[in-house]
Design a protein around this ligand. Structure first.
Ligand SMILES: *Cc1c(COP(=O)(O)O)cnc(C)c1O
Length: 460
């Protein structure tokens, strides 16, 4: 027999029951939520694919760590366990703990960016760009063009375009660029990796010019997995070794521990330069907490230290994590559903424009499709299209983004492949009858970040 199935590298010790609802209950729930999946109550959701942020399942070993977390205000044992874990897995000497990723981005931006500086990056992330601009910097996108092309099958759509970076340096001067922010497994591009060769070349170019390289290493483990799969010379290296090499081409990193690190809250800034770390800690005590807990409790830090070691302890963990996302993606492709390819590290993105050509863009195809999938099966996804893109401040009209997507994000170690089967089958059913899904219009539109709290009703 040639084909062998794989299965999750864990067994289930504690279960959290989820409620199966009737179609009538779901129709009532989505109406009450104004056709916005953010406004659904999680109790009314069967399979929750809204986000993979803070939704991971911890291991028994992590839960055991919660009991022995050291809650000392200063010098907690759990803090030193975290310092050692970050040092062993990422290789950084200096650890600045924060309440989550954006806390680390805030501190880093404040210590490095001056008014009028430029901060290049491989596509923006919402909170990262906010903090760079809040500190007086200007974000410049230097990702390769393929990242914006849904038809491109480029294996490393997260790569930095070195020509774009060189042009920026030539144009504004290296002294105006305190650092480049290099995101691993680029979230807004759909969980797309960058290659080791590209990262190394970026690091060399930046160091010639005295520009620091700061990773957003939030999804570095998923990126390491793609390097192992797709880049020559890495097929026999462990994920732990690839992780260390990724971080070796950087001067520090911000991390949201709500993703790769397998905990529900937490984050950190890690640095090599003790002088920079000193400046970061001076701000930390004002914005986050004392330098030995940041925004976390002792038990949070203990669970995090263990999660960091677990995510690279064997390659089986990330193989199953990314494998589950690919499994869902493959089922949808086989079922004829247009999705963004290659399938990324954390979710599957449905192409709502291609699925619902009968709807004009300003009737919110992805929002309507998200609601229809929920009604079909209780699966909750998220709109990433025109509603998320907001309005143009100058004209007052909608921004019309190129991509009109429904995101199905897979939490780590939470669902089995059977949940993915149910998800795929129900999405395929909705897509096969997509012409029956009508458009939506606003009944309430918040002024900023409207996608979180907007309410809608059917057009007809
Ligand atoms: C989630 C995320 C962040 C922000 O982290 P929070 O913990 O939500 O503050 C930053 N960068 C990336 C790539 C992320 O996925």
């Amino acid at each position: 027999m040639s084909h062998r199935s794989w299965a999750e590298p864990w067994k289930i010790k504690v279960v959290e029951p989820i409620r199966m609802t009737s179609r009538e209950e779901r129709i009532a729930a989505i109406e009450e939520a104004g056709y916005n999946s953010f406004l659904l109550k999680s109790d009314d959701v069967y399979i929750d694919l809204l986000t993979d942020s803070g939704t991971s399942a911890m291991s028994d070993f992590q839960w055991a760590g919660m009991m022995i977390g050291d809650e000392a205000y200063a010098g907690s044992k759990s803090f030193y366990n975290l310092v050692n874990a970050v040092h062993d897995v990422y290789g950084y000497e200096e650890l600045v703990p924060t309440h989550q990723g954006r806390g680390a981005e805030h501190i880093l931006s404040q210590i490095l960016i001056k008014d009028g500086d430029y901060v290049p990056g491989n596509m923006y992330f919402t909170t990262t760009r906010f903090h760079q601009e809040h500190a007086g910097g200007k974000f410049v996108d230097v990702i390769i063009d393929e990242a914006h092309d849904t038809a491109s099958l480029h294996p490393f759509k997260g790569n930095i375009d070195l020509d774009k970076l060189q042009s920026l340096i030539d144009e504004v001067g290296a002294e105006k660029i305190p650092y480049i922010s290099v995101e691993t497994n680029v979230n807004m591009a759909g969980g797309q990796p960058l290659s080791m060769a590209n990262l190394k070349a970026t690091y060399e170019l930046c160091h010639q010019h005295g520009i620091l390289v700061m990773l957003d290493a939030t999804r570095a483990v998923e990126n390491a997995w793609f390097i192992k799969q797709r880049e020559a010379g890495y097929e026999d290296k462990s994920i732990a070794a690839i992780m260390r090499e990724i971080c070796s081409y950087s001067d520090g990193a911000t991390v949201s521990s709500k993703k790769d690190n397998l905990v529900n809250i937490g984050g950190f800034l890690a640095l090599r330069d003790p002088e920079l770390a000193k400046q970061a800690r001076a701000l930390l005590v004002a914005f986050e907490g004392l330098h030995t807990y940041g925004g976390m409790s002792g038990r949070d830090m203990e669970a995090l230290a263990r999660g960091i070691r677990e995510m690279v302890g064997t390659d089986d963990h990330v193989r199953a994590r990314v494998g589950q996302v690919e499994y869902l993606g493959d089922k949808l492709i086989k079922g004829g559903v247009p999705i963004i390819r290659p399938v990324g590290g954390h979710g599957v993105f449905l192409d709502a424009k291609a699925i619902m050509p009968h709807l004009p863009h300003d009737q919110f195809p992805a929002q309507a499709l998200t609601a229809a999938i929920y009604v079909e099966s209780g699966v909750r996804g998220m709109e990433r299209g025109i509603v998320s893109a907001g309005r143009n401040k100058a004209t007052g009209d909608h921004n019309y983004p190129k991509l009109e997507l429904v995101r199905l994000t897979v939490p780590r170690r939470v669902y089995t492949q059977a949940h993915m089967d149910v998800t795929a089958e129900s999405v395929i059913d909705v897509v096969e009858n997509a012409e029956a899904v009508g458009g939506l219009r606003f009944t309430y539109e918040p002024e900023s970040l409207r996608f979180f709290q907007a309410r809608f009703e059917p057009v007809s």
